[in-house]
Design a protein around this ligand. Structure first.
Ligand code: AMP
Length: 656
């Protein structure tokens, strides 16, 4: 197959089995590898999209990788995972739907109406491109993976849309319709082939005769599929060392509804840990299967001593990387969905740039009330999400800090395998030593206010940007109850209960971390409008605006699109098409006949809806076919729930 068992590559066997490639240089000797075309990649993607079977997908990818040179296998693996550049590579294409649509319109000559029609048909710009460029089918196949890499590099370094557009056009011009489809999907990072990075990792293992776990570990450390392919091909996977500036997976928590359930679940986890056999939420069963009477026992009380309790903050989960001596001053922040959020928080970047010790911290970015040392409402942070530029005014209005609750890497050592108790000690020491050095860039209003005048110069000795999340070890269920109430009174969502013995499991939602937060009461509401979704839900009425009663009137109070199954949504879509009152194109007002039960995190004041309120994070719990519209909840009930929330949460209205 081209790879000897010792991992060394046998170059002669890299000669491709496919016919002569027009893109291959004329001077290529017979020992040189034929460059892989982007068309074979696109054809493979189409084949992958057409099967749901994971094993089949993995085999198809592995078979393809085996036919490629190492460098093409490196590129191919990256592109199959839907990435234009490796995670550790700071370059980004920075291409959105707008510029790609423009390029597509120019290259295909399609009218605006034809563009809309094609997009509506597929809900996907890549698939629309294949349709629109169809009359160009039969073009010669010239584009290679290497050329795509080269063009991507040019696009990344071109500043602004006008500099990027000509390069995109060149790419599209060289592409057949099927290639254009996947170029656009790749540029948007939305392949829809049902292939996750983990599957590509497994395929690399199969292609190169390596252990899947070794490939997984190397990708976690290096954050670069191409590098891992090179290491695998050379049989040097064991040499992979951690590189900063690519996100590790985040460890997640499982929800519990009550203190009792938390204690019972925790006992299951502690017992499982003792036997080295950790359970997932599903395996452990729902709370109804747990014996809650158990919590009365002494054993249950002592189990709590194995746990650490922290407030559950309502901010933005983030992984902070900094301190690499080879890249002095570089700081990166990654979101739970692995997005790079660095540009949205310049004050954190300025502050942590002063650290010279390589570290990865796990924590929550919070808007911060400096005077009272507590978090401000999430809505103040919301403006920052997805921002590339942050104005001085935004910085002055809302102080931002990083609340650290875990430490994943320090000075050459990955800490994931250490128990939380050990990681916590290291984190505490880190905070003791470095909190003072991350104070840069404070020019927020709190400093100005506290000095009785408004000015926005930088205050060198402002508060630190690094705050260590307080953690306590409990000794009774009552204390947990109290900790929960205290957290709520501080304006936080609830508490996190973490097993002190647990290792950090990237990407895992297990029982070692539990989250306890109160669900507000649910509301029964009626749907008043339905909107077409995007992507997979194109052409389907999947977003529902809903209302509560106010005397004889209905007042909208929110909009939800999550919580229902695909088949329920398909049914509702048809139902609302049949019960449309007015069709406004993307949205339709509908007869107010269908009742939904919705859950939500908070109620805030808002002028977005006629009720004067909005539900935060609404999700549909079920369709209440059993409930007549006359019995839905009232505006008075919404006001009541609003008033029952802690003051800090009520105050969110200020920022809306
Ligand atoms: P949820 O979003 O309800 O699934 O809850 C999980 C989220 O809680 C995480 O992604 C974090 O953003 C957040 N969180 C807040 N405080 C903590 C904490 N002390 N430890 C871990 N996660 C936390």
């Amino acid at each position: 197959m081209g790879f000897r068992p010792d991992g060394e590559c046998d170059s002669s066997s890299f000669i491709r089995k496919i016919g002569p490639n027009p893109a291959a240089p004329l001077t290529a000797s017979i020992f040189e590898t034929v460059a892989a075309t982007f068309l074979e990649f696109a054809q493979l993607c189409d084949a992958l999209a057409s099967t749901t079977k994971k094993l089949e997908k993995r085999a198809q990818i592995a078979d393809w990788l085996k036919t490629l040179s190492v460098e093409d296998a490196a590129r191919g693996s990256l592109y199959l995972a839907g990435q234009a550049f490796a995670e550790t590579d700071p370059r980004v294409l920075n291409l959105g739907g707008a510029i790609l649509s423009k390029a597509l319109a120019e290259e295909s000559g399609a009218s605006e109406a034809a563009m809309h029609e094609a997009y509506r048909r597929h809900g996907d710009l890549g698939a629309a491109a294949a349709d629109l460029l169809l009359r160009q089918a039969g073009k010669p196949v010239t584009l290679t993976l290497a050329q795509v890499e080269e063009r991507f590099s040019q696009i990344a370094s071109a500043k602004g849309p006008s500099a990027k557009l000509p390069v995109i056009l060149e790419l599209l011009r060289a592409a057949t319709p099927l290639e254009a489809k996947y170029l656009i999907k790749l540029a948007l990072g939305d392949m829809r082939t049902g292939v996750k990075q983990s599957l590509v990792e497994e395929a690399i293992a199969a292609a190169f005769g390596a252990e899947a776990s070794a490939i997984r570990q190397a990708t976690m450390l290096k954050g670069s599929l191409p590098e891992v392919v090179r290491l695998a091909a050379a049989g040097r996977l064991q040499e992979a060392r951690m590189s900063l500036f690519h996100p590790l997976g985040f460890m997640l928590a499982s929800p519990v509804d009550s203190v009792d359930e938390a204690v019972a679940r925790f006992a299951v986890e502690v017992a499982a840990e003792a036997t080295g056999n950790q359970l997932s939420v599903d395996e452990a069963g729902s709370s109804s299967k747990l014996d809650l009477s158990f919590i009365e026992t002494e054993v249950a009380q002592s189990v709590l001593k194995e746990a650490q309790v922290e407030d559950k903050y309502d901010g933005i989960r983030a992984q902070l990387h900094c301190g690499d001596p080879e890249q002095p001053g570089r700081v990166a922040l990654f979101s739970r969905s692995r997005d790079n959020m660095t540009a949205a928080f310049p004050e954190l970047i300025e502050a942590f740039a002063s650290l010279h010790l390589p570290v990865i911290l796990d924590g929550e970015i919070l808007a911060w009330d400096v005077a009272n040392s507590r978090a401000l409402p999430f809505s103040l942070l919301q403006k920052r999400i997805g921002r590339k530029k942050v104005t001085d005014e935004m910085r002055e209005q809302t102080p931002i800090i990083f609340m650290a609750f875990d430490l994943l890497y320090l000075d050459g050592e990955l800490m994931l395998e250490r128990p939380l108790s050990a990681r916590r000690k290291i984190l505490e020491e880190f905070a003791r030593n470095h909190t003072d050095s991350v104070r840069a860039g404070f020019r927020e209003a709190h400093t100005a206010r506290s000095q009785g005048s408004l000015f926005s110069e930088e205050i060198a000795d402002g508060p630190s940007r690094l705050v260590l999340a307080p953690a306590i070890v409990l000794s009774s269920a009552e204390q947990l109850d109290q900790a929960y109430m205290d957290a709520r009174n501080r304006g936080n969502e609830g508490v996190m209960i973490k097993s002190l013995a647990s290792i950090y499991q990237p990407g895992r939602r297990g029982l070692a971390w539990l989250k306890l937060k109160r669900e507000l009461a649910t509301l029964d509401v009626v749907v008043t409008a339905a909107e077409f979704g995007h992507g997979r839900r194109a052409g389907i009425l999947s977003d529902y605006t809903f209302a509560v009663r106010d005397g004889e009137q209905l007042r909208n109070v929110g909009k939800a699109y999550s919580g229902l199954t695909d088949s329920e949504i398909a049914e509702l879509s048809q139902f609302f098409k049949d019960h449309t009152v007015e069709d406004f194109g993307y949205v339709r007002s509908v007869e107010p006949v269908l009742v939904l039960e919705v859950a939500f995190n908070n109620v805030t004041r808002s002028d977005r809806h006629a009720s004067g309120f909005a539900l935060r994070f609404p999700r549909i719990l079920r369709i209440r076919q059993d409930k007549p519209v006359a019995e839905i909840d009232s505006l008075a009930r919404v006001e009541e729930i609003y008033a029952s929330q802690p003051e800090l949460i009520r105050n969110e209205e200020l920022s809306q």
